[in-house]
Design a protein around this ligand. Structure first.
Ligand code: GLY
Length: 456
């Protein structure tokens, strides 16, 4: 029986699932289930109380002054993007407000004495525009979503910001804003500069706040990771020699959307054979051949949080002896890195542990060199709203931080690249692997690839 996947409208699938020890054919689709409640919403904005806690943490970090946080703008239909409505909010603005409105500002005023106040400035609804791009929140519904009592039209922003900055200047207090090229191009920035305001960068403060995830963020990130692990499983079960890399990419990204993800967190990497040694190969044009290894470095973005999980698999379903030996060394080095993740340790400690393990256990696998010579990138990065999330890399680990641990060995002369990447949460006592849903050992990968789903 052929099944048309109406939501994707791309694949016509005849699927046969052979379970271990059984020749009974079952019909199925190219979809792995995400282990989540059926009732889970496809998009989850943070509750207003959570947003209020984050703003309170910002107030604590800043102390006194004025903070200006700008939203994203709508992209321009003619010059930026084909669809003006493909909107993604600016991360710091979303973190503090949870609302998807364009061309808006959050202003937080923190006097030396007296209570801090926060005001959202946003455009009023525009029925003519909404006919093109869909309904937008009203000022009243924005107040409900954000938990901010004071929501005003954006036309009032500049005057209010200048007045707040003047009060700050009078009290010798700074103005904080994200000092990127967008901010420095804003008329309000010019006016503040002309008025002699002490303008400082808010980004390092926001980065330290975002580095430690709250419970809501961890739930959201876990869902992004679960969706990504399901896509890894689906990719493994559908892969076979003769397929093109882009077909596997399509299976992956179909599973992202079917799992409720809004978009990819970064361009999917599906690199086979010679492309397995290209770290950020994202063209996906090659036909995969028996004997190839395939590096799949992918991440679904769910509700503004992105996963980042890499698996390397043999396209024919079985590793060669040499591929397995290299794979096992990368896996053991990764585990050595993960084993040192605990409060107080740093990314440098993880890097050292993974590299030392790789070096000391290379044997003659990499010829006269030790295999760490072929581990040509950093051991990992912070993970969150950005795939390479914000935060200083020297920061000692604390519970609630999430990082990737992703050693690799890339031997170009053999077209042999292996990278294994997992998402690791720092806990009170050590760490938890958030991406355990994607098979990790060579045996587990081979076992899953034996449970093949055919697609044509
Ligand atoms: N996994 C993609 C990256 O770390 O850049």
């Amino acid at each position: 029986m052929n099944t048309k996947l109406s939501s994707a409208g791309i694949f016509v699938l005849a699927a046969t699932l052979f379970t271990a020890g059984s020749a009974i054919a079952q019909q199925t689709a190219v979809r792995e289930r995400v282990a989540l409640s059926e009732a889970a919403a496809p998009y989850a904005a943070a509750p207003a109380a959570v947003l209020a806690n984050r703003r309170a943490a910002l107030v604590d970090s800043v102390g006194a002054g004025v903070v200006l946080i700008r939203s994203s703008s709508l992209r321009d239909l003619e010059s930026d993007y084909l669809q003006a409505s493909d909107f993604r909010q600016e991360n710091n603005f979303f973190y503090l407000t949870g609302i998807e409105v364009a061309d808006s500002w959050l202003v937080v005023e923190l006097p030396h004495h007296g209570d801090p106040s926060a005001t959202l400035f946003m455009p009023e609804r525009n029925p003519a525009r909404e006919q093109w791009t869909g309904p937008r929140p009203s000022l009243e519904s924005a107040a409900e979503i954000t938990g901010l009592a004071d929501v005003r039209v954006v036309d009032e922003f500049e005057e209010a910001a200048i007045a707040a900055a003047a009060r700050a200047s009078d009290a010798a207090l700074p103005v904080y804003a994200p000092l990127d090229h967008r901010m420095t191009g804003e008329p309000v920035y010019e006016q503040l500069t002309a008025a002699g305001a002490d303008i400082r960068d808010i980004r390092p403060i926001m980065a330290q706040l975002r580095l430690v995830k709250d419970d809501f963020e961890l739930e959201t990130l876990q869902r992004a990771i679960d969706i990504t692990a399901a896509a890894q499983r689906a990719a493994m079960r559908t892969m076979r020699p003769g397929m093109y890399e882009y077909e596997t990419e399509a299976v992956i990204e179909y599973n992202f959307r079917a799992g409720g993800a809004e978009r990819v967190g970064f361009p999917s990497i599906v690199g086979s054979g010679p492309n397995s040694v290209v770290l950020h190969y994202d063209r996906s044009r090659r036909q995969m051949e028996a004997g190839d290894l395939v590096v799949m470095d992918i991440g679904a973005e769910y509700s503004y949080y992105t996963a980042d999980v890499t698996r390397t698999v043999p396209v024919s379903g079985k590793f060669t002896e040499r591929q397995r030996a290299i794979y096992d060394l990368v896996l053991a080095s990764q585990q050595a890195g993960i084993d040192v993740v605990r409060p107080g340790a740093t990314v440098a400690d993880v890097n050292r542990a993974a590299r030392v393990h790789m070096r000391d256990h290379s044997g003659d696998l990499c010829g006269e060199q030790t295999c760490d010579t072929f581990f040509i990138h950093g051991v990992g990065h912070w993970l969150g709203m950005d795939v390479h999330d914000v935060g200083a890399y020297s920061t000692p680990f604390a519970p609630g931080m999430v990082l990737t641990v992703e050693p690799g060995i890339y031997i170009s002369a053999e077209n042999l690249g292996v990278r294994i990447e997992d998402d690791v949460l720092v806990t009170e006592t050590g760490s938890r692997l958030m991406s355990a849903g994607a098979p990790r050992s060579a045996d587990a990968i081979e076992a899953l690839m034996g449970q093949r789903i055919e697609m044509r």
